[in-house]
Design a protein. Structure first.
Length: 581
């Protein structure tokens, strides 16, 4: 089957926020490095991840199907996309070249790969099952050995994690119940290469505890605004339509409430119970009225009365019974919710949201609450409302937001606007071979670095400064790209050291690739080579990449033997800080 997958990456670059997934970009590069990479750039903040997608065309090769067939039916095409594309499927177009429109909403840590809503990391080192369990904990506190939660996951593992023969795995009884194996108490193993177990490739088996295998670790990424909004959108397909704004997504509940209760957080607790079946352990609140929210609700249904989170006084009986009764147009309405520290947080309501002559408050809680009245006089607005009056409410999920912290000590910050990513670089004036330089970077939580544009390349040259010798083969600085393994012997008489066919994987654009996720592939480096003959792959051994400072302002690139001893620049993504609302 031939499939086109359109990936819409939900990523913004406003104010160094974090709402992109590193592994979504890597998966795109893995399947088709020749297409351009365009994350979302509509300027919405982290709380608004439902938006128009930027399309990317990606060719997906289904390796484990030997036949080629066509999916003509919508439902069959949708099911096929959901089983084989490891992200949310928004839309499908059946046909000989089925189109899958997919998006990533969850966020995995750098170097973890997202597949079907979970984050995975492969360690290509043989170890016992017990050691594998402990190893995953060292990768992340809550990481465990990967669990097969769907039958197609082994094939995605086979596609992505190359050069792996066997790995420890866990699975549900539903997946293992038909497993024919004499070692019923053995440890479960996924044999990517089934030859040594007399099995076909990509097969499950059980082995003795003395066996060794590589380990695939996993963890479940925390809920964020993008994933929450996606789930709320699904909820809206079943019940009332979901309202989406730049503040997030809101669902209308099927019940009506009043506010005669001494519990100021009654609405919030109600919203949390409503959302819990499909957003587990949800922390929610009733909608805070804003102009955008009013307008969007009005589009869904006009002539509607919706209770909002705004009120002027509590509902305690002592405050509802007064000796006198008079109108009060000077009341201050506000909203209240529980902060992450457990204390109440108050926010005043924008006065421009009220309809004319509102709020018109009278005594005995007759109008101490507020309601959104949509469609009256052609525009929505707030009106004072009796606490005793019943009306439906809109609920919003409260989730953590993500932002970047400061770069580690000694590292220089660079903001990659096209990716919405804060990257950190550090120059080390220590001459090492490429492998040792990479190991040194890892001690600092980094890798040999990469760059995304001319501005960032100039920063690397600035970091090098005068730390180079103006002698041939002594003026280079290691960065983190290597010649692709399939391009080791390309070229004719080593001149040039790449394939002249621009569509080839070994073309001048693709012959090198960034490793360890230090920059997007294919590298945007074609104009940066030191001269037209580079990369020349001299003596069939120039497999690593270095920056030549020389007399050029931004520096130039040279392919060199990995055994040369050069200075180097390390790079890492800035730490991600999780902030609770």
């Amino acid at each position: 089957m031939k499939i086109l997958i359109i990936f819409g990456l939900l990523a913004s670059f406003a104010n160094a926020q974090v709402d992109r997934d590193w592994s979504f970009q890597r998966m795109y590069e893995f399947w088709d490095g020749g297409s351009s990479y365009r994350p979302r750039s509509n300027g919405f903040n982290t709380s608004a991840l439902l938006s128009t997608q930027w399309p990317l065309i990606l060719r997906w090769v289904v390796r484990f199907f030997k036949c080629v067939y066509t999916v003509f039916f919508q439902e069959s095409a949708k099911r096929y996309c959901e089983e084989n594309v490891p992200y949310h499927i928004n839309d499908v177009t059946p046909g000989e070249r089925t189109k899958c429109s997919a998006e990533a909403t969850l966020i995995c840590k750098n170097e973890w790969i997202q597949l079907f809503g979970r984050c995975y990391k492969m360690t290509k080192e043989l170890m016992t099952r017990d050691n594998a369990v402990e190893h995953c904990k060292t990768q992340k506190d809550d990481a465990t050995i990967a669990f097969l939660h769907r039958e197609t996951l082994p094939f995605r593992i086979y596609d992505y994690f190359t050069r792996v023969s066997r790995l420890w795995i866990d699975a549900s009884e539903a997946i293992t119940q038909d497993l024919i194996d004499e070692n019923v108490n053995g440890n479960l193993l996924l044999a990517i290469d089934g030859y040594m177990y007399n099995l076909p490739n990509v097969a499950l088996t059980r082995v003795d505890s003395s066996e060794t295998a590589m380990v695939l670790c996993e963890y479940t990424p925390p809920m964020n605004r993008a994933e929450s909004n996606n789930l709320l959108k699904k909820y809206g397909e079943i019940y009332y339509p979901t309202v989406s704004t730049s503040e997030g997504a809101f669902i209308r509940t099927t019940s009506s409430l009043n506010r005669i209760d001494e519990d100021l957080f009654k609405d919030n607790r109600y919203c949390s119970r409503v959302m819990n079946p499909f957003i587990h352990n949800s922390n929610a609140r009733s909608a805070i009225p804003t102009r955008e929210f009013l307008e969007e609700v009005n589009k869904v249904q006009n002539g509607l009365i919706i209770r909002t989170a705004a009120f002027s006084k509590s509902s305690r009986k002592s405050e509802r019974i007064g000796a006198t009764c008079s109108a009060n147009k000077g009341s201050i309405y506000h909203v209240l919710w529980m902060g992450s520290d457990g204390n109440a947080v108050s926010q005043p309501i924008d006065k421009s949201l009220w309809r004319s002559d509102e709020p018109n408050e009278i005594c005995d809680a007759g109008s101490w609450s507020s309601a959104l009245v949509s469609g009256r006089d052609g525009s929505p607005g707030l009106e004072a409302m009796s606490d005793a009056r019943y009306a439906p409410i809109y609920c919003q999920n409260i989730v953590d937001s993500y932002s970047y912290g400061d770069c580690p000590a000694g590292f220089t910050e660079y903001y990659r606007k096209s990716l919405g990513q804060k990257w950190c670089h550090r120059f080390f004036p220590d001459k090492m071979v490429n492998e040792d330089a990479e190991a040194h970077c890892q001690k600092h939580g980094a890798h040999l670095t990469g760059y995304t544009n001319q501005e960032e390349l100039k920063l690397l040259a600035d970091l090098i400064g005068d730390n180079y010798e103006k002698l041939y083969h002594n003026l280079d600085t290691w960065i983190g790209a290597r010649r692709r393994s399939e391009c080791i012997t390309t070229g004719t008489d080593n001149e040039p050291g790449y394939d002249r066919d621009p569509a080839s994987k070994c073309s001048r654009v693709r012959v090198f690739e960034w490793i360890n996720g230090v920059a997007p592939n294919p590298p945007d480096i074609e104009p940066d080579w030191n001269h037209d003959g580079e990369p020349n792959f001299a003596e069939n051994r120039e497999q690593c990449l270095a920056v030549m400072k020389g007399n050029k302002l931004t520096g130039t690139l040279n392919d060199v033997p990995c055994t040369m001893k050069y200075n180097f620049i390390c790079g890492t993504e800035a730490p991600i800080i999780i902030k609770s609302p």
